[in-house]
Design a protein around this ligand. Structure first.
Ligand code: AMP
Ligand code: ZN
Length: 469
């Protein structure tokens, strides 16, 4: 596996610290509004990265935070708290807003076949841990109190700009609206670890701390949650490119100051989805969501295909014209695969293996999903039996998750046909047996396999039911 590492600004061989085990951290959503399809571009490409690692035989433990406190309107710690902004907009409490938009986020992810990370941790769960980390930073003289807030002192580091060059254009990528001077800071790049005094006194969620009643800064949550679940040395950290500065730069600063050694080896950043006005962003208020695409008659998986057809390190401009052409291509492909006879011959495992290797060669080369998709067309043209073609495409779809081998039904209101129903029910039965035998790994893999085909299982007292994502 090769990936481009923002830290070295080079494509590198991916070598995990602990053999086959990979620790992977992802910055989760700020849950004050729906995720827009730009945010979801990042999560789709990170999902492919995770699945490609698993496909290549790595054991991945992936952790994601949910930002439900501390993210101010500007990433540079100024402006109103985003969660409070959402609560005011909808006349709800911050926790109600957080719950609603966290659920909405995972619903969108399920519709896009994005796997839920192994650990999902809301920032508000970890206040004591943030406080302990900040206390150590103060003890070790990396942080100071000023005007009621605790700041990280960036001048204490030999190198602060580890991820980005010290170039004002680069820095402006992350520093969004409402940038104001904060006179408490000793250095311009210092950032808040704990607020007790912000301009917005009506902050809803506050906690007791050694520095007074207040709330944590945004950056500390990712360092702390990552170290809590993945330990002191991290293989891989992901996010959109707007996170490079200041968020990830600050995460490195405080984590390495806290730990006393290097923290994360590989940084994976997804470039932005743009609309005609530039980067799609929630603060602009006018953004596209998965539900909106559905209302317009698009299967969300068409949007996944749209993202997979371009490289994650390039900006991607969204337009309905391009989405329409992706949709047409996707339907044609699904129909073609659907016309294959699953029982048409004996699966030639050598051919499957050789295609798998080809796929790993391209997709494992810095997540070149577009080239991965073109191999599907090679398979379809190949002179092998239908059962083998389907077996190969099933393998690819473990990474691409485009529901490629789900029988295609035209304009079917439920999108489910009899054959599929029989298949799902037999899988549910198999899962029940596995659970009975306490074979939870098999039970989980059946659930994940169905999820990758857009079938979501729900365990109820009355038994297991399923819905189409
Ligand atoms: P947020 O919910 O604003 O904290 O962002 C969630 C994730 O989406 C972060 O990893 C961002 O870097 C990423 N992101 C934000 N805007 C875009 C965009 N237009 N295109 C791709 N990723 C984005
Ligand atoms: Zn983060």
């Amino acid at each position: 596996m090769k990936i481009y590492n923002t830290l070295s600004k080079k494509k590198e061989d991916f070598v995990p610290i602990d053999g086959n085990n990979v620790s992977m951290y992802t910055c989760g959503p700020t849950v004050y509004h729906y995720a827009h399809i730009g945010n979801l571009r990042s999560y789709i490409m990170e999902d492919v990265l995770e699945k490609e690692l698993r496909f290549e035989g790595y054991n991945v433990k992936r952790v994601m935070n949910i930002t439900d406190v501390g993210h101010l309107s500007s990433d540079a710690d100024t402006g109103e708290d985003k969660m409070l902004k959402g609560a005011k907009r909808e006349h709800k409490t911050v926790m109600e807003i957080a719950k609603f938009y966290t659920d909405a986020f995972f619903n969108d992810c399920a519709k896009l076949n994005i796997k839920t990370p192994d650990v999902v941790e809301p920032a508000t769960n970890c206040i004591d841990e943030f406080i302990r980390m900040i206390e150590k930073l103060i003890e070790d003289d990396y942080a100071y109190l000023a005007g009621g807030n605790v700041y990280f002192d960036t001048s204490k580091l030999d190198e602060y700009y580890t991820l980005s060059s010290h170039n004002s254009d680069d820095l402006m990528v992350g520093v969004r609206d409402d940038v104001e001077e904060d006179n408490n800071k000793k250095n311009k790049t210092d950032f808040v670890l704990w607020f007790t005094k912000s301009k917005f006194d009506d902050q809803e969620l506050k906690w007791d701390s050694p520095w007074g009643v207040g709330y944590p800064g945004w950056h500390i949550e990712c360092s702390c949650i990552s170290i809590k679940h993945l330990g002191e040395r991290l293989d891989l950290h992901c996010g959109g490119i707007d996170n490079i500065f200041p968020h990830h730069t600050n995460e490195i600063a405080q984590s390495e100051a806290f730990l006393g050694h290097k923290w994360c080896n590989y940084w994976f950043h997804v470039h932005h989805l743009n609309d005609k006005q530039g980067k799609m962003s929630k603060s602009k208020g006018d953004f596209l969501t998965v539900s909106l695409l559905e209302e317009k008659g698009y299967d969300p998986i068409v949007y996944r295909m749209f993202c997979l057809q371009s490289h994650y390190r390039k900006p991607l401009e969204f337009s309905f014209e391009v989405l329409d052409s992706v949709k047409a291509g996707y339907i044609k492909l699904r129909k073609k695969i659907s016309s294959l006879d699953r029982n048409g011959g004996k699966v030639d495992s050598q051919t499957v293996e050789s295609y798998k290797n080809k796929f790993i060669e391209v997709v494992g080369n810095d997540i070149n999903t577009a080239s991965g998709i073109t191999i599907i067309y090679d398979v379809l043209k190949d002179d092998v039996n239908d059962a083998t073609k389907i077996a190969v495409i099933d393998e690819f779809d473990k990474v691409l998750s485009l529901n490629l081998t789900v029988p295609y039904e035209e304009d079917n209101s439920t999108g489910i046909d009899e054959e599929l129903e029989t298949y799902i029910n037999s899988m549910i039965e198999k899962r029940k047996e596995a659970k009975k035998a306490k074979d939870f790994a098999t039970a989980d893999s059946i659930r994940d396999e169905l999820a990758s085909k857009g079938i979501i299982l729900k365990d109820t007292r009355e038994g297991t039911t399923w819905t189409k994502a």
